[in-house]
Design a protein around this ligand. Structure first.
Ligand SMILES: [Zn+2]
Ligand SMILES: [Zn+2]
Length: 570
């Protein structure tokens, strides 16, 4: 696609608040709920909110080919009118596509868990794990991060759900999105009064935007019966824009009770009221299908310094308190990663053998390990396995990133790799990834404890002489039968050895062993009782298990203990 002369392009796909309201009275401004497409001149695709408007956007993306699509979805909050398009967004189902989905990190379930919730069988026939695309979920707090050439800043809004506003800067232009939001001050809601406290912080967040897309569900006249509902009035959105030197304001989240003519009237009244505005604020009511190409207002690279926005505090504890473990030999990768890590103010520790890794993990508790796949003397996968087995320092839940010229193969899947950095990559890409990995939320994956009779158990298991023997029909018959009876794709007879889970019989999957750390069966061994996990995404022991987040993407597990005559659970 030709470069649009360096302009940031915004298209509205859903402008309605609360509930879709299709029909003749809303045909011009649109009946679909919140969804905005943003593209930089370099075609970086960011979708803000994924209400029902996302359906048509998804169709268009698929009609343009729909292959190898790369995109990012920023969710303001997980109220229905902002996520209901997710299960209907076709590009998420197409293999080969890659999507990053971001949303506010709450105290409760993760973003992925919340999205999975609306796709449980009770509500929807297809579950989240049936998306064919590679999808990564990111829980956000207040701060700044980079999506390719777009700088994204976040700011908490005032709404009954934890909600983030987004500020996107690229191509010398700034777009801000504050939806859903209610000013803290009641006077401000009527379009007058002073900005202070959190209202001032919000004004600073949107300061100088070329385009502000703002919640304007109500009018000042309607507001007295809507106080505390978490939405703004059109009058407040205008007053905020004037105070924050915004150039264009798009009113959105239109009330489902508001028809096109009523919206026309609101815009007309506002325009009449600001006629003499020396800043010449432009006001529109966002309309489905409308495209805005934002003229650059400042030099491309001279983005406003973050310090200007006092409301933005650094994300979580300072990155300077964190360190990264690297096992890399290639000089180009070493240089690129050192620079990326250094740029984030994070400490880097290069190691050349596993004993150094042990020392650093014990002393520093690094936040991330990056390992080169094709090391000259040893296999990167083997190094990853060894790191996973280091006792203490939470090595078993350290995010492990593999640098390789290709993606994961099924043979790699069991090694507990968290993510892959595919060569070649740009410096800015590496920097973005490092930042997102280091800021990962605490891992929801618990390794099973070792049983008290472990030594005896291993002796008894090995005395059976069954480990590493060939498959046998008498066992395969059992797994075949189990898969048929329970109507499941995979059934295994697994034997838990000292540090691996070895499969005497595998139905539906073609691997013979997997590391003990990620083994669901290790939990059965410890408890000596059946273990049933109804939904891995909502289980703190398994949600981030590599067998859940990567192939074979386990969503349900049921395991029954095999106990020998001497009482050993194997
Ligand atoms: Zn809403
Ligand atoms: Zn809401």
């Amino acid at each position: 696609m030709a470069e649009r002369e360096g302009k940031l392009r915004v298209q509205f796909w859903g402008t309605r608040g609360s509930i879709p309201k299709p029909g003749p009275t809303t045909a011009r401004y649109g009946g679909n709920t919140s969804c905005v497409e943003v593209r930089s001149s370099r075609e970086t695709l960011v979708i803000v909110d994924c209400g029902t408007g996302a359906h048509a956007l998804g169709e268009q993306l698929m009609s343009d080919g729909g292959k190898n699509l790369r995109g990012h979805i920023l969710i303001s909050h997980t109220h229905w009118d902002h996520i209901q398009g997710v299960p209907f967004f076709a590009p998420l189902f197409a293999p080969g596509n890659e999507w990053d989905i971001y949303g506010p990190k709450g105290l409760g379930p993760s973003l992925r868990e919340t999205l999975a919730g609306q796709m449980q069988h009770t509500y929807f026939p297809v579950t989240l794990d049936q998306f064919g695309a590679t999808i990564r979920y990111h829980d956000l707090v207040e701060g700044t991060f980079q999506i390719d050439d777009i700088k994204v800043s976040t700011h908490y809004l005032n709404h009954p759900a934890l909600t983030l506003g987004y500020r996107l800067e690229a191509d010398g232009a700034t777009m801000t999105y504050s939806c859903d939001h209610e000013p803290h001050s009641r006077a401000l809601a009527t379009g007058q009064g002073e900005f202070s406290g959190q209202d001032l912080a919000h004004a600073k967040f949107v300061e100088g935007a070329d385009l502000l897309i703002h919640d304007a569900q109500y009018t000042a006249a309607e507001y007295p019966t809507k106080i505390g509902w978490g939405h703004s009035t059109a009058e407040y959105a205008v007053w905020l824009s004037q105070r924050a030197h915004v150039k264009s304001l798009a009113l959105t989240h239109h009330d489902p009770l508001r028809d096109d003519d009523a919206l026309d009237k609101i815009v007309e009244t506002i325009r009449a009221g600001i006629k003499k505005d020396p800043q010449k604020l432009r006001v529109i009511a966002a309309a489905e299908g409308e495209i805005i190409e934002i003229e650059p207002s400042h030099a491309k690279e001279s983005d406003s310094p973050a310090g200007e926005f006092e409301a933005m505090s650094p994300v979580e504890p300072a990155l300077a308190e964190r360190s990264v473990l690297l096992c890399i030999v290639d000089p180009y990768i070493t240089k690129a990663l050192s620079e990326s890590i250094h740029a984030e103010g994070i400490r880097a520790h290069f190691i050349s053998d596993i004993s150094e890794a042990k020392k650093i993990i014990a002393e520093e508790r690094p936040y991330l390990a990056i390992i080169e796949h094709d090391l000259p003397d040893v296999d990167g996968i083997a190094v990853s396995r060894e790191i996973r087995q280091i006792e203490g320092g939470d090595a078993h839940q350290l995010p492990l990133v593999m640098v390789a010229p290709r993606d994961e193969t099924p043979a790699d899947a069991a090694a507990g790799i968290t993510d892959w950095l595919i060569k070649p990559f740009s410096d800015s890409y590496a920097r973005t990834k490092v930042r997102s990995w280091v800021l990962r939320t605490a891992c929801r994956w618990i390794r099973a404890a070792t049983p008290n009779d472990e030594a005896k158990r291993i002796t008894s298991l090995r005395q059976l002489g069954i480990l590493d023997t060939e498959p046998e029909e008498k066992f395969d018959r059992v797994t075949r039968l189990a898969a048929a009876v329970f109507d499941v794709p995979v059934a295994l007879i697994s034997l838990l050895d000292k540090d691996r889970n070895w499969f005497k019989s595998c139905f539906g999957i073609d691997i013979r062993e997997a590391p003990r750390d990620s083994a669901f069966c290790a939990h059965v061994i410890f408890s000596r009782e059946p273990v049933i996990v109804e939904d891995t995404f909502s289980d703190d022991r398994f949600a981030d298990n590599p067998l859940v987040i990567n192939e074979p993407r386990v969503r349900f597990y049921a395991g029954y203990p095999l106990i020998l005559e001497d009482g050993s659970c194997i």
